[in-house]
Design a protein around this ligand. Sequence first.
Ligand SMILES: [Zn+2]
Ligand SMILES: [Zn+2]
Ligand SMILES: [Zn+2]
Length: 293
Amino acid sequence: NTCDAEKSYEVLLSFVISELSKGKLYHEEGTQECATIIPVAWSPESMEKYLQVFCLPFLRITSLLQHHLFGEDLPSCQEEEEFSVLSSCLGLLPTFYQTEHPFISASCLDWPVPAFDIISQWCFEINSFTERHAEQGKALLIQESKWKLPHLLQLPENYNTIFQYYHRKTCSVCTKVPKDPAVCLVCGTFVCLKGLCCKQQSYCECVLHSQNCGAGTGIFLLINASVIIIIRGHRFCLWGSVYLDAHGEEDRDLRRGKPLYICKERYKVLEQQWISHTFDHINKRWGPHYNGL
Ligand SMILES: [Zn+2]
Ligand SMILES: [Zn+2]
Ligand SMILES: [Zn+2]
C-alpha cells in the first residue's frame, strides 16, 4: 500500500536510484571515487545509522529555532536517542508512535504531497542541473553536513608576511595602491581606508564595507599600523593589535620596526567578542567616524 511505501526507506531509496539513473549523474567518469568515499558495508542497520547522522544537524537547528522562537524547552537526552527525542520534540513523530526498538527514522516522514511525485521532481531537477554542470551536480550529492563556528581570517605567524603581501597591493575598485590600506578580517576584502578614491556618496570604503559585510559591524586590520579597528554603526574604536614584539609590546604605526608575532590569545578574544556580539560592551574608547573611514 502507498502509505507504507512512503514510509519505507528501502522503497524510497530504490525509487530515488531509479529516477537518478535516468540522468547522467552516474554515467560520467569519477563514479569510482564517489564509491570509495564512504567505506561502509551497507546493511539495514548501517543505512539507518547513516540516515540519522545525516539528518541530525537539521533536527538540531530546527529544535534551536523552535526553542528561541516559541520558548519550547530543549530536551536533554542520551546521545544514542537524540534523533528520536528531537523529532518527538519537533512533533515529527506520529503521536501513536511507541518507543519500540529498533527506532526507524523513516517513521517520522509525513509527506504533505504524494512522496513519489515530489521525489521525481527533485531528481528531475538534479538531473537537468547535472546535464549542464556535471561537476557541481556531483558535489551536491556528496555533502559534508557538519557546520563549523564562524571564524575570522587565519593570520600568519609573522606580521611581515602580511605587510609584504598587502602594502603595495592595488584596490580592485580604484585600481590604485591605497595610502591607508586595510583588510576586513571577516571576509578578506582589501579596502582604501579614508580614501577619497573609493568614496561613494558620502561613505568611505571601510564604512561602506562594514555595512555590506557585517550589517554595520566591521573588523579591519590597518596594514601600515598593525592595529585593528572596529566599526559599529556610526561609531568606531581602536581595538589594539594582535601582533606583538618579542617583549610582548605592540608597535602601533610600525615605528620601531621590530619583528612582530601573532598573539593567538588576543586574536581569540577578538574573535569571541565578534561571535558573541559583545563589541558594544568592551572597554574601549568609542567615537563617531562621520563615515570617513
Ligand atoms: Zn568583509
Ligand atoms: Zn578601494
Ligand atoms: Zn581606492
